[in-house]
Design a protein around this ligand. Structure first.
Ligand SMILES: [Zn+2]
Length: 212
């Protein structure tokens, strides 16, 4: 990976520093004490020890982030993955975000800080996550895709992913996922397919299909 992608982050957040490199990732550690503000939910104080793994093939693979002093209980309601890392959103949304801007500072501010805000509020008030909560596991992934594609059910999502992960020549002859029973090219929904082909590559859509 290009170390340049983490420079801005290390400059802006000087409480973090790089540790010796392990396996296949760059490790960044720091004690992170801040006040975070959200216009609807107000100001909260956070105090966490964060351990950040940035894989060598970042931004292709996503950063993995842990709280290392046990300040966030390892439970699904806190959106902590079974391995103890933060569940920062669906792989699809994270992938799209990293394609838009692969600077780690951008990722931290747009994925990690909102997560820390929401999890802290959840720990303090036990009222669930303040914003955008995705169901766990495959169900959540499919619902996210359904919403993203503007489709109605999981079979339509699968058909859409088959179309997006096939070569254009083949996929343009497939049946439209919207339920109209026409060929994709004969339906208005084809515009949506054209848009989605610009969001991710065919191989990247194929990855999304493998995930569900
Ligand atoms: Zn259609």
């Amino acid at each position: 990976m290009n170390l340049h992608l983490i420079e801005n982050f290390l400059t802006e957040y000087s409480e973090f520093s790089m540790r010796p490199i392990v396996d296949n990732a760059i490790i960044i550690k720091g004690n992170f004490q801040r006040q975070l503000y959200h216009e609807d939910y107000g100001t909260i104080d956070i105090d966490y020890s964060l351990l950040i793994h940035i894989p060598f093939n970042y931004p292709e693979n996503q950063p993995i982030i842990y709280e290392s002093k046990g300040a966030i209980q390892n439970s699904p309601s806190n959106h902590i993955n079974p391995d103890g890392s933060f569940c920062l959103g669906s792989p699809l949304r994270l992938k799209i975000l990293l394609k838009r801007n692969s600077d780690f500072k951008y990722f931290f501010e747009n994925c990690v800080l909102p997560y820390l805000y929401a999890v802290t509020l959840n720990v303090q008030q036990k009222e669930g996550f303040a914003f955008g909560e995705l169901e766990h596991g495959t169900t959540g992934l499919i619902l996210d895709l359904q919403d993203f594609f503007h489709l109605k059910d999981s079979s339509q999502v699968y058909q859409m992913l088959r179309i997006l992960s096939s070569k254009k020549k083949v996929s343009n002859r497939m049946v439209c996922p919207c339920g109209c029973k026409q060929r994709v090219t004969q339906c208005n929904y084809f515009q949506q397919i054209l848009r989605m082909r610009k969001v991710l590559t065919r191989a990247e859509w194929e990855e999304q299909l493998q995930l569900i």
